[in-house]
Design a protein around this ligand. Structure first.
Ligand SMILES: C[S@@+](CC[C@H](N)C(=O)[O-])C[C@H]1O[C@@H](n2cnc3c(N)ncnc32)[C@H](O)[C@@H]1O
Length: 222
């Protein structure tokens, strides 16, 4: 499935935020589709060389067209299957479901030390994956768009991730330890919207539990 709308070639706020987290010699982008992100990274010299992976024919053709004349190596295939260990210094996967992203990352020896991940849903699954695979959070950014998106910037680390220090684990995983600690305004807005939404569904026990968690997170803004 492709998410290309055929509309504007410029970077969305979401991809712009992801791009700000990337700076490396060889960067791998998996599931590039229109290749807006790889092209921007090359144009702005944030990366010297790109490896672009696409598993569907139409998006692959789009990426090829967009990257004509750029220092990019395009590979048709499934995620890390077409990557050798050590080929990239950093990697991004954006605009997919968290479970799809985690499935792509399931070849640990090929995952570079620096990652930028943006899931369209459940960023908590990516935070859990990072903790389980010794990646520490370097930065978390939230942007508004079709819905609020969270961009995670991660670095391989032998130490326990200090971002979680002093926070309730369930809360930090769900909403983002760095976003909570910095009092991120987009998270604040999102929490208020969600509190209103779940407040209307209180007859359902799951909604009540959600609302309690949201209210706990909102207390960080007091
Ligand atoms: C929704 S688009 C996201 C495009 C771009 N990354 C963005 O954030 O706007 C997802 C793209 O990832 C590709 N894709 C999904 N799973 C993939 C995999 N395992 N390997 C390579 N490409 C994949 C799809 O073909 C599709 O073009």
């Amino acid at each position: 499935m492709s998410c290309n709308t055929g509309l504007k070639p410029a970077l969305s706020e979401r991809l712009f935020a992801a791009a700000q987290e990337i700076s490396s010699l060889t960067h791998i982008d998996i599931g590039s589709d229109h290749a807006h992100l790889p092209r921007y990274l090359l144009e702005t010299r944030k990366v010297r060389h790109m490896i672009v992976v696409e598993k569907h024919a139409l998006p692959f053709a789009r990426a090829k067209e967009a990257l004509k004349g750029y220092n990019a190596d395009l590979r048709f295939g499934d995620g890390l299957h077409v990557i050798k260990a050590g080929e990239g210094d950093s990697l991004s996967i954006t605009g997919m479901g968290a479970q799809t992203i985690i499935k792509i990352l399931a070849e640990p020896e090929k995952v570079p030390p620096s990652l930028v991940l943006q899931a369209n849903d459940k960023p908590e699954l990516l935070r859990t994956w990072a903790l389980e695979h010794s990646y520490a959070l370097k930065n978390e950014t939230m942007v508004t768009g079709f819905w609020p998106y969270t961009i995670l910037s991660l670095e391989k680390s032998k130490l326990a991730d200090p971002s979680y220090d002093g926070l309730e684990p369930e809360l930090a995983l769900k909403f983002g330890p760095l976003l909570l600690k910095t009092g991120d305004p987009i998270l604040y807005e999102t929490l208020n919207k969600q509190a209103k939404h779940y407040g209307k569904k209180l007859a359902k026990p799951w909604a009540q539990k959600r609302l309690e968690l949201i209210q706990k997170a909102l207390r960080y803004y007091d």
